[in-house]
Design a protein around this ligand. Structure first.
Ligand code: C2E
Ligand code: MG
Ligand code: MG
Length: 753
């Protein structure tokens, strides 16, 4: 069997195999495993080390000593290995190429190519670089052992070889090699995954204070592999100063075992000097005391996510048009100031509430686009007047607020207000249109001791309303009296809500007499609140709050329905009631509320009231507040057949213009002209003139507030058709009205009803 080019294949008994070419046994893998399976069972106790894929490991033994080859084949074969033998280096390499053994046992000194070169050549190939090579050296001479390792040997066995142990040694080497291979694969896998995820890796030897940074970690910061060392400072010294503390806290929390995982977000300075947002995650290896001695983890660039988050947060807290802080952010800052003021008595701040005068007019007449431009310009101008540290916000519409922090006295705020008035005073150019704006401002100071940001804002708002009420373009400081009023308003508002729920409202009626025949011609429906502790309340006690809170919209509609229902009821019981009308007050908020016309139409239908018997009383002030929209609504109401009265005439602008432009049927002269006018020739003259003019415009006239018998008599001499007042009857509920009606009827009428 021995020859120049020969090597042997054996499973212990060294059988000749078929297919020898040029002195080399040609054995394919399946054949080998077959051959092996045949030889299995020769030594059940010492089964061969697994190859990892279920087949028997193939061992190549290269030695020029036939004895060694034979003994190796025999001892390894017995342990279930498949053995290929080669007698020199060249044969060994050829057999290696052909059979791809799982392990090589290689003598050092051999003919043709020596063991070191065999080793080196096998190691050169990337696919086989991992195959374990055990060098068989003569005695333990350090020199050849060193050379063997230098050539790439995995381990060595010294001659004479302990054949009994060789199989164990081989098995161990195979297992170690497999473990190494798996580790390498796993490392590769992780490296690939990290690369795919674009993550950088770091491995921190905490005890020795050294960090391995992967090339990707470095390139994330814009550095080449060699440009970053292994000191932790390479990482931590590049952190944004504001993030250093949180990163260091996260490190200690995890290494000290207080947190299960290390995870922290930070900004890190890159090679170009700019900062990028990263998240680092890691896990520590712990020493016997449970302290982290090594930590390994990744670093991911989250700059894009952070930017998106910032954008979202910005949008949530800023006004889209002016980019100023919005209400939420303003309240947050305000809250911060309130807390500060609570801790530090000398810290003072103020809130200025700004509302542009006549903005609605500008917006309606020039269009929303110009309105928006105006708001942007106003925002810029106010901003230019502020001190450093003041916060300007837009609450919505034409409302702006300023938080002036750390002020020393009221004067610093009033100076700021002067500056704002100044900058707003210059005309604003809106594409050729010169627009002059002004603002009403209310100021509230922290010295009142607020707990809640909403409260100080509400007070500044209330003060602003005062400024507006005196004609705008001015400012008002919030004071104690206003505070009391504001508190009363709030109490009343919540009481009103409860009252609506508990149905504490009643409709009263007041008869209206036809002065020509002294007969009842109709009623005015008047709202009353049966307050649980204060008794029956008149509208003046709650109407303004009901209007501001808009509770009046539903309340007023309830009155309308009740009044119509009551009139129909009376008309059904009294024949003479057929021609009676019912007057119902419609305030400015109700007039502007959407759905009014539809509600009236629905009420006419559901109560079956004759629409011509329904009269709606609208004050001059409602017309001023609602303008062109009111005219439209009133025309629609008229088209339902309903009548319209102008109420409280003489208290507003008393403009006959309104009578012209709006489709009124009747005019009610305000009580202030009538009450106790019996001896007052001047007021009598006014009443006469108003009646005269109204009649000329085709309106009937009702005199309100005929308080005394004298007033009543006097009215009869003037040319008013109708009168209403205490001299006839005070307002009362339906039952009281029925009693009144009965008292007014002649005995025959009374028996008829
Ligand atoms: P108004 O529409 O001018 O109603 C007439 C007011 O004059 C009523 O006051 C009535 O009680 C009072 N009055 C009647 N005769 C005399 C008199 O001889 N002397 C004096 N001094 N006053 C007299 P009231 O009921 O307190 O209502 C006040 C205002 O509240 C009403 O003025 C009206 O504007 C409003 N109002 C009443 N009910 C409603 C309602 O249901 N809806 C709305 N929106 N407003 C209502
Ligand atoms: Mg009225
Ligand atoms: Mg009136």
């Amino acid at each position: 069997m021995e020859g120049d080019n020969a090597f042997e294949e054996s499973n212990g008994s060294m059988p000749e195999l078929e297919g020898r070419v040029a002195g080399v046994s040609v054995v394919s893998r399946p054949e080998l495993s077959e051959a092996l399976s045949e030889s299995r069972g020769t030594d059940e106790k010492s089964s061969p080390a697994e190859t990892g894929n279920g087949t028997s490991p193939v061992i190549l033994i290269a030695d020029d000593d036939a004895m060694v080859r034979m003994l190796a084949a025999s001892s390894l074969g017995k342990s279930g290995f498949k053995v290929i033998a080669a007698e020199n280096g060249r044969d060994a390499l050829e057999a290696f190429q052909r059979y791809r053994p799982d392990l090589v046992l290689c003598d050092v000194i051999m003919p043709s190519i020596d063991g070191y070169d065999v080793c080196r050549l096998i190691r050169k190939e990337p696919q086989t670089g991992h195959i374990p090579i055990l060098m068989l050296t003569g005695l333990e001479d350090n020199e050849s052992i060193n050379r063997a390792f230098a050539a790439g040997a995995t381990d060595f066995a010294t001659k004479p070889i302990n054949w009994g142990l060789l199989a164990h040694r081989v098995r161990y080497a195979l297992r170690a090699s497999r473990a190494m291979r798996e580790l390498k694969l796993s490392e590769q896998r992780y490296a690939l995954a990290a690369e795919g995820a674009n993550d950088g890796l770091w491995d921190w030897d905490i005890d020795n204070d050294q960090i391995y940074f992967s090339p990707r970690w470095k390139s994330m910061l814009g550095f080449k592999d060699g440009e970053i060392g292994t000191s932790p400072g390479e990482w931590f010294n590049r952190l944004h100063p504001d993030d250093k503390a949180s990163v260091s806290a996260a490190v200690s929390a995890h290494t000290e075992g207080r947190r299960d995982m290390f995870e922290t977000e930070y900004r890190i300075r890159t090679q170009t000097g700019e900062y990028q947002w990263m998240v680092a995650r890691g896990l520590a290896v712990r020493d016997e005391n449970g302290m982290g001695c090594r930590m390994v983890g990744s670093q991911t660039n989250i700059t894009k996510r952070k930017e998106a988050e910032y954008q979202l947060r910005f949008e949530a807290l800023h006004d889209g048009l002016t980019k100023l802080p919005n209400r939420a952010l303003f309240l947050d800052r305000l809250n911060h100031s309130i807390q500060l003021a609570k801790r530090n008595a000398s810290y003072l701040f103020a809130v200025i509430f700004i509302d542009l005068d006549r903005f609605k007019v500008i917006n309606d007449s020039l269009g929303h686009l110009h309105g928006d431009r105006l708001l942007i310009e106003v925002a810029l101008r106010i901003k230019s007047a502020l001190r450093d540290g003041d916060t300007l916000a837009r609450l919505g519409g034409d409302e702006f607020t300023i938080l002036c922090e750390g002020i020393t006295d009221i004067n610093s705020v009033t100076r700021l207000i002067d500056r704002i008035m100044n900058v707003l005073g210059d005309p604003i150019d809106l594409q050729g249109q010169q627009v002059v704006t002004a603002a009403s401002m209310g100021i509230a100071f922290s010295s009142s001791g607020y707990d809640n940001p909403e409260d100080i804002l509400r007070d500044a708002d209330a003060a602003m309303y005062r400024a507006k009420a005196v004609g705008g373009s001015s400012y008002v400081l919030f004071d104690e009296a206003m505070h009391r009023q504001a508190m009363e308003f709030l109490t009343l508002e919540s009481e009103l809500r409860v009252a609506v729920e508990k149905q504490q409202f009643r409709v009263y009626f007041q008869p209206i007499l036809d002065l020509r025949n002294d007969q009842v011609s109709g009623f005015e429906a008047l709202l009353r609140w049966n307050h649980p502790t204060r008794g029956v309340l008149l509208p003046e006690a709650f109407l303004s709050v009901a209007e501001e809170s808009r509770l009046i919209v539903n309340l007023g509609r309830w009155v309308l329905k009740e009044a119509c229902r009551q009139l129909v009821c009376w008309q059904q019981s009294w024949p003479q009631a057929r021609g009676w009308f019912m007057s119902v007050n419609i305030g400015p908020v109700e007039l502007a509320a959407p759905g009014l016309v539809e509600f009236i139409a629905e009420t006419i239908e559901s109560t079956t009231i004759d629409p011509t018997c329904l009269k709606l009383e609208i004050t001059e002030n409602s017309l001023i507040a609602n303008g062109p929209a009111a005219l439209k609504t009133m025309k629609k109401i008229k088209s339902l057949g309903v009548k319209l009265s102008i109420d409280d005439f003489g208290t507003g602008y008393s403009s006959f213009n309104y009578l012209h432009r709006f489709p009124f049927d009747a005019l009610k002269i305000d009580a202030s002209f009538i009450s106790n006018f019996d001896q007052d020739a001047g007021r009598q003259e006014i009443v006469r003139t108003i009646s005269y003019l109204a009649h000329n415009l085709g309106l009937s006239v009702v005199a309100e507030g005929s308080e005394t018998e004298g007033d009543f008599r006097r009215l009869k001499k003037l040319s008013c058709e109708f009168a209403q007042g205490f001299s006839i009857s005070r307002p009362g509920d339906a039952e009281q009205m029925e009693a009144f009606l009965v008292s007014k009827l002649t005995p025959s009428e009374a028996s008829a009803s």
